[in-house]
Design a protein around this ligand. Structure first.
Ligand code: ASP
Ligand code: MG
Length: 420
């Protein structure tokens, strides 16, 4: 049994969807469950729609129109018969969102976000299921919200593993005997049946949830890159493919910001010793990267770049030491404003962190911290993390940059830098 995950780029238009269908047909061995993300940039558009709606702007409807057209265009390319039931099915899915948009927003933003933005995955999975069926594959569409149960922390819901596992094990193996299952990434539901999302880019994590509950042999994430590279080609011209990676290295890389796999994905797979392949949907015959238990620790230095960093330096106003009491207050403030710390450093009387410069929530965080601390900000920085560093790799990234903060342990070096 295995799980495939296809991201938004792999289903961005009719041609890509055909390619995905052919990969499913060609590379499926035994039972297969397929997790798919929303088509192309649909999630971003739905997020913009939600923001406009929440602010009471009529512009929300323009976004809805655009998303409808994107999907309609793909439908007409894939389904020649205008009476194919998929046309009604997709239209009905849109109606559910139109009902929400007709009313004034009453609920919290995060709740509305989940109810609206989840539409993207519903649409893409329905289209992929109908198309694969049309090509002769026996596929069965299932609603992930009937299987992945979460708490009601909308926008970043936590999985209720026990309930999820029980339901998945009870129902899905029987279906998988006869059908390829096609389902959605990113979404789940609360015990009251409200839709939740698992955090942006969370479809990889959904694949890991299904995989670990079903105890499959392996998961394949199909991407537009050849596998896990030692740096993002956006920042580096000489990137190398890492053919084999340990779970620990994969966790470390994603923790420090490598975007190739969602950070929450690896742990459930590691716990169940399920190997994770990262392969190219453009060149599906290539092997890509396999992540599994390995001692071969092929230590290719990896580089992770995060731009647009802000260094926040925090000092107690009364010059008291930075101890447990302050730290717990500071961490709580970061947590409640949903700000993720990328690097931290403390001395006796100051605590400093580097975070993504996300604007509004940083301003809100500062207001809160300034009640107890003197806070200084330095913007426009870049955070470079090197796994398996040596002096040569450090020199290589420091060209025309100087170091503001530096942290090293045996394997990993983090450099917060500024352009000269
Ligand atoms: N469509 C969702 C997003 O873009 C989930 C995913 O792509 O993994 O955040
Ligand atoms: Mg996506």
């Amino acid at each position: 049994m295995q799980v495939f995950k296809f991201g938004g780029a792999s289903v961005k238009n009719a041609e890509s969807i055909k390619n995905v269908a052919s990969i499913i047909a060609h590379y499926k061995k035994n039972e297969l469950l397929v997790v798919v993300s929303a088509i192309g940039k649909t999630t971003d558009k739905l997020e913009k729609l939600t923001k406009e709606y929440f602010q009471g702007s009529a512009h929300a409807l323009t976004w809805l129109e655009e998303i409808k057209q994107d999907h309609q265009y793909i439908l007409t390319e894939l389904f020649a018969d205008p009476s194919h039931p998929i046309y009604d099915d997709i239209a009905n899915s849109f109606v559910e969102i139109e009902w929400i948009l007709e009313e004034e927003p009453q609920d919290t933003y995060n709740y509305l976000f989940d109810q609206i933005v989840s539409l993207g995955e519903i649409l893409s999975s329905k289209i992929l299921a109908a198309y694969t069926n049309q090509t002769g594959l026996s596929t069965s569409w299932i609603d992930a919200r009937d299987y992945i149960f979460t708490d009601n922390n909308y926008g970043e819901a936590k999985v209720d593993w026990h309930k999820t596992e029980t339901k998945i094990r009870q129902d899905l193996p029987i279906i998988l005997n006869d059908f390829v299952i096609i389902t959605q990434g990113f979404i789940g539901s609360t015990s009251e049946n409200f839709t939740t999302t698992l955090g942006r880019e969370g479809s990889d994590y959904s694949a890991a949830i299904f995989a670990s509950c079903l105890q499959v042999d392996n998961v394949t994430i199909w991407k537009d890159v050849p596998g896990v590279l030692n740096a993002d080609p956006k920042w580096f011209d000489r990137t190398e493919l890492i053919p084999e990676l340990s779970y620990t290295d994969a966790i470390e890389l994603t923790y420090y910001g490598a975007t190739v796999i969602h950070p929450k994905t690896i742990k459930p797979l590691q716990n169940s010793k399920i190997s994770l392949n990262v392969r190219s949907f453009i060149n599906p015959a290539e092997n890509g990267t396999v992540i599994r238990t390995t001692n071969s620790g092929l230590a290719i230095p990896s580089f992770i770049f995060k731009i647009n960093q802000v260094l926040i330096n925090i000092q107690p106003r009364d010059f008291s030491f930075i101890v447990e009491d302050n730290l717990s207050h500071i961490f709580n403030a970061f947590h409640s404003h949903r700000i993720k710390i990328n690097m931290m450093h403390n001395s006796a009387i100051s605590f400093s962190v580097s975070v993504d410069d996300t604007g509004e929530n940083i301003t809100a965080l500062l207001e809160e911290l300034e009640k107890r601390y003197t806070v200084n900000l330095e913007k426009g920085l870049e955070l470079i993390t090197i796994r398996y560093f040596n002096q040569e790799t450090i020199d290589r990234v420091l060209v025309n940059k100087f170091i503001i903060r530096e942290l090293k342990d045996s394997y990993t070096c983090q450099l917060l830098v500024k352009n000269m």
